[in-house]
Each structure stands twice: as C-alpha cells, then as structure tokens.
Ligand binder design. Structure first.
Ligand SMILES: [Cu+2]
Length: 305
C-alpha cells in the first residue's frame, strides 16, 4: 500500500532520493574533474586568476543547483498526489519569497565583488623577476597602454595573418648587433620569470591569439593594437591556436610559446638574428644575380637560389 508506508521507511526513502539528487552533482564537482570543467592554468598569473575565479563561480553554482534541484525532487516525491489526499490551497509565502530574492541578490553581489577584484589581477601585469631577463637596458622601457608597475618588460609584437602568427621582438629594434629586428613564426621563445607584454594586431582579417595556459583570448584586429601579458615561471612549451574563424586555413593557425632560462633566450635571439641576416644576404645575392641575367634563371641560379 503506497499511501501508508511506515514513518521510518518514508524517511529512508527521502534520504535515498536526496542522495540520488546530490551525488551526481558531487561527482562532477571541480575536484573530481578539474581539468575537464575548468580553464587551464599553471602557465602565468593571469591564467591562474581566471582559473580561481571560474572555480569560485562553479562551486557556488553547483551548491545552488544541488539545493534547488534537491528541494524540488524532495517536494515532488514527498508531496505527490495520493489517494484520499487533497492539496491544500495556498497563496504565496512572503517570508520564503523575500528569502530567496535577497539570497540570490547577495550571491550575485558577492560574485561581482570577487570578479572585479580578481579581474584586476588578470589585467594588470606584475614586475619581472626574480631570476628573469635583465631589463635594465633602455630598450625595455615599455611603450603602449599596458605596463607593469616599474614600466619595464620584454615587448613582442604578435601579428596575425592568414594563416600564421609572426612574433617581432621589438625591444631589439634597432638591434644592438645591427643585424635587424629579430622575429619568428609559429614558435615564440621567451625567457622565464620575465614579464612579457604582447602587442597584438593583424595584417588582414580578425584573428584571435590564445594560449590557454597563459591567459585569456585576445583579438588581433587590422589597424588596431590590443594588449596582453604573461610571466612564465616554468620552462616548457605552451600550446595554443587562433580561436576566431579567419578563413580556410584557420585550423592550421596554431601557436606555441616556449619558455627557456634567460641566458638560453639571449642565445636563441642572437642565433635568430644571424639566421635572418644570412637569409637576407642570400636573398639579395639571388636578386642581384637574377637582375644581372635579365630575368633568365641559369643552372647556377637554380642550384643556389
Ligand atoms: Cu583563425
């Protein structure tokens, strides 16, 4: 007889229903599936702050969801229609209604305060060091609207173009070695423990720079410069991609940031300068050979160029 279960049995059944409603919520809680449910972190302070803000919001949302759904399921079962029972007609409950309105408003206010406090940490760069690149040279005084408190950082132009990223190390323009401004494609090499400020723009259509472990997405817009920053403490590779559909080759527009100790970075920068300079000299020689031959390509030209 469903309608006349003993009190103890009804209590156990209620408990089972509540467990069924909350266990899935707990199983999917952030600690159980941290990397699947939250943004990536561990590369840069900005990414870590985005992660913590997301986690706080997720926990509050999970608690609210479990509370609301648990109460709903409990009421659906506990007060379901039964033979011989008649529903009592009620009109509102002022205390309850004020309670859940004020409660929801307080949750939103708390989330807004935490968000605005955390967003400052995401947006504002920190100073370089300790253990980073020596930024005492005048070329490291930052230009642009985003700068750390001491005004010094390694600045790199990130230029999106269909379908590759170019990185120009503008602190070296003009290069101290007189070999031209170093740049690279696809792989950006940076020194560890150093504040790096990116000036992001585009040569053609809108792209979007995104290395998930280093922070938020930044749009690369033609004719406009956007700014972002990161500071990596652990050497390693940080993968990303263009995250804004920019044409047929969008899926191939991947990016990689490689963090190395400062001494290794300086070595890489110099080898990059030399390689680019050699390529320029070689291209100029080929151009001259082509000009002197009136445009016809000799066997020697084909072999060397
Ligand atoms: Cu794209």
């Amino acid at each position: 007889m469903r309608g006349h279960l003993p009190q103890a049995l009804r209590g156990r059944r209620t408990l089972a229903v509540f467990a069924l409603a909350t266990v899935p919520g707990l199983a999917f809680a952030p600690s159980a599936l941290a990397s699947a449910l939250t943004p990536e972190k561990g590369g840069s302070p900005a990414a870590n702050h985005i992660w913590s803000l997301y986690l706080i919001t997720l926990i509050i949302a999970t608690v609210v969801f479990a509370g609301v759904e648990g109460t709903l399921l409990y009421c659906l079962i506990r007060f379901r229609a039964r033979k011989g029972r008649e529903a009592k007609q009620l009109h509102g409950n002022t205390q309850l209604e004020i309670g859940w309105t004020v409660g929801a408003a307080l949750v939103l206010v708390a989330l807004a305060v935490v968000t605005f406090l955390d967003l400052r940490e995401v947006r504002d760069p920190v100073n370089s060091g300790p253990g980073g690149l020596d930024l005492s040279g005048s070329q490291y005084v930052t230009t642009g609207s985003l700068k750390p408190p001491n005004g010094r950082a390694l600045t790199i132009d990130v230029i999106g173009m269909q379908f590759i990223w170019q990185y120009v190390y503008k602190n070296y323009s003009p290069s101290p070695d007189g070999l031209g401004t170093p740049y690279s494609y696809y792989q950006m090499v940076v020194p560890t423990n150093t504040t790096v400020i990116l000036h992001v723009s585009s040569k053609d259509v809108v792209h979007e720079w995104w290395i998930p472990k280093l922070g938020a997405k930044v749009q690369a817009v033609p004719g406009y410069t956007n700014y972002t920053w990161f500071k990596i403490s652990k050497p390693g590779n940080y993968a990303g991609q263009c995250s804004f559909l920019c044409g047929r080759g969008h899926a191939r527009m991947i990016a990689e940031v490689t963090a190395v100790p400062p001494a290794k970075f300086i070595g890489w920068l110099h080898s990059q300068e030399s390689a680019l300079h050699s390529a320029d000299v070689h291209a100029e020689a080929c151009r001259q050979e082509l000009n002197s031959s009136g445009g016809s390509q000799s066997g020697e030209f084909a072999k060397n160029c």
